[in-house]
Design a protein around this ligand. Sequence first.
Ligand code: NDP
Length: 303
Amino acid sequence: MPHKLIIIGSGPAGLAAAIYGARAELRPLVISGSVPGGQLTETSAVENFPGFISIQGPELMQKIREHAAAFGTKFIDAQATKVDFKTRPFKIWVGEEALEAQAVIVATGAKAKWLGLANEQRLQGKGVSACATCDGFFFKNQSVVVVGGGDTAMEEANFLTKFASQVTIIHRSAEFRASKIMQERALKNPKIQVKYNSEVVDVLGQDRVEGVKIKNSQTGEVEDFPCQGLFLAIGHKPSTEIFEGQLELDHGYVKVHDLTKTSVEGVFAAGDVQDPRYRQAVTSAGTGVMALLDAEKYLAGLE
Ligand code: NDP
């Protein structure tokens, strides 16, 4: 017998869908992925999830998982390696094992792009962040650096001026790629300064960020720039490799219509894998619930 519902991904979107799915007696199976719990397990304090004034990201995800399990959700803590959405029931492989489902919710999330510096990873959550909305609040009256030149960098730099005393955008090229209006907004903000043609080549500090090493790509000059925060805004990569050729994608993100429906009837998408814009745990959880309600309706129609 195929499963009624398989949810691929175990971040806020997948688990919120699982809670609703389990309570609707769909006996959902969650394929947790390579990082069970998703991006929040790689962050420290979370202060914007309703109901928790402050909670560590991994603890929050553990609680949501326990919530889903308490109502009967089953988990496979492994990665989905292949899918076939051209047959019915749908097929999802976990290694050699092929699982079948009548409906699927894709909630595999996205990953922030990082510079790939050893100290950047070591100081993640200790001053290094890829989400200003999540972590900006922790940098009141401090000096922070934003890396990137796209709309996200402009938006995050502007947002950070609410808290930080100074925001320095470090951009590897001579011109921003961001839309004109976003650039102008950032450039006329008195708290924002820009270093063009510059790359962050190291992150300084033992227990917390104390500065960054910046290299000017034109002069080759290297300087130590003191700051307490380093925000990466160099783009995100949705986790959609296994859906290529199976679902319609848009700039790598799963394309949805009617809010949660993918190009294949019966396959729904929720969370960051279909959302380059909001990328918040709460909005992800919300779209997870929406996808579940749509999947439930779809399954009822099959009976
Ligand atoms: P983008 O891909 O648009 O920009 C990424 C930026 O990071 C570029 O300036 C790029 O530099 C730089 N970059 C990439 N890799 C590196 C690296 N290894 N080292 C240093 N710099 C690097 O990503 P965004 O997240 O800014 O935007 C994604 C999409 O979301 C866009 O379509 C954007 O318009 C949209 N968006 C819209 C918003 C809005 O309308 N409110 C808000 C935020 C995003 P370079 O230019 O030199 O390649």
